[in-house]
Design a protein around this ligand. Structure first.
Ligand code: G4P
Length: 288
């Protein structure tokens, strides 16, 4: 779709360079990396440099916002990641669903190391985990949940990482939030688009109508029934042209301007708001 491809999202290599440096600085203190991914788009919400940045460290995946994603798709994602050898867990930090599996998952991936520490008489040593993820993926919400929403105990490690806050959670685990900003895959147009649908990338970067049309294309492909139900459409609304579909939705909602034309800007923001607000149900943009 040309409409979808016509804008390039800017990103700033300088930010990533600073983050790279900060992560390198803390890495020697990290035992395991907990990479947070948005359950609705686990591939698009990955930082493209994550593997390289944290090479050699054990890794677990936490699929956040699972309350907004398609449950069946999330189950398949978790299974697919596990099959590739990376333990994964779906969580909902609004209610806390799933978070109890986090510490056991860490302890399991660290089992050999823990046994070794035990042998060396370092049994009480905490597991230090880096909570890594792109902005808005839910890092603070997850850390808050893990510290039970209460006041997190903050450990100072003077001289080493003065500005880094460690959060002590149960089960002998300490968490560190990503130092710096791990940008998403801005250069990947589809990934950027999916993140814009979810609101992780701000709208002003993209044209609202273009974005809504691109979202409608994805929804028509995977969740056509939801569109039919929500906007009282029939099959004739789906003629393979999402711009037409947007107009039909606008017309159905009575969003007309003088002369009887559809106010497509309003229709677009309605579609985006309703998707983001969960009015179309739980939707996964990417399927494994
Ligand atoms: P970050 O530290 O990685 O940048 O992300 P943060 O925790 O700030 O979360 C970004 C947004 O995502 C917040 O919404 C937060 O409430 C929401 N969020 C995080 N985890 C979940 C989840 O599991 N389920 C749902 N439904 N939402 C989640 P916000 O609009 O910025 O703030 P607010 O809605 O909390 O006011």
């Amino acid at each position: 779709m040309d409409r979808e491809q016509s804008k390039t999202i800017q990103w700033f290599p300088g930010h990533m360079a600073r983050t790279r440096r900060k992560i390198k600085e803390v890495l020697p203190q990290i035992d395991v990396v907990a990479e947070l991914l948005d359950a609705r788009a686990p591939l698009s919400s990955r930082n493209p440099e994550m593997d390289a940045l944290t090479a050699g460290k054990p890794r677990v995946l936490v699929l956040t916002k699972s309350d907004m994603a398609d449950e069946a798709a999330t189950r398949r994602w978790v299974a697919a990641f596990q099959k590739q050898g990376t333990p994964a867990l779906a969580v909902d930090c609004k209610t806390g669903r799933g978070v109890n599996g986090f510490v056991p998952m860490l302890r399991e991936v660290m089992a050999d190391k823990l046994a070794m520490w035990e042998q060396k008489g370092m049994g009480g040593r905490p597991i230090r985990a880096l909570v890594a993820g792109i902005p808005n993926v839910g890092k603070s919400s997850f850390i808050n949940r893990m510290t039970k929403g209460g006041k997190a105990k903050v450990e100072d490690r003077p001289g080493v990482t003065r500005q880094n806050q460690w959060f002590v959670i149960g089960g002998g685990v300490h968490l560190l939030d990503t130092p710096g900003v791990l940008w998403p895959k801005f250069e990947d147009q589809t990934a950027a688009m999916y993140l814009a649908f979810t609101g992780a990338i701000k709208d002003q970067v993209l044209d609202g109508e273009e974005l809504a049309c691109a979202l409608l294309t994805v929804l028509e492909r995977d969740y056509k029934d939801r569109l039919i139900e929500r906007y009282k459409l029939d099959d004739s609304a789906f003629c393979g042209d999402s711009w037409e579909l947007l107009q039909t939705i606008g017309r159905k909602r009575g969003m007309l301007v003088s002369g009887g034309e559809v106010n497509t800007e309003r229709a677009a923001s309605t579609v985006l708001d309703e998707y983001r607000g969960g009015k179309l149900g739980r939707i996964s943009l990417e399927q494994p």
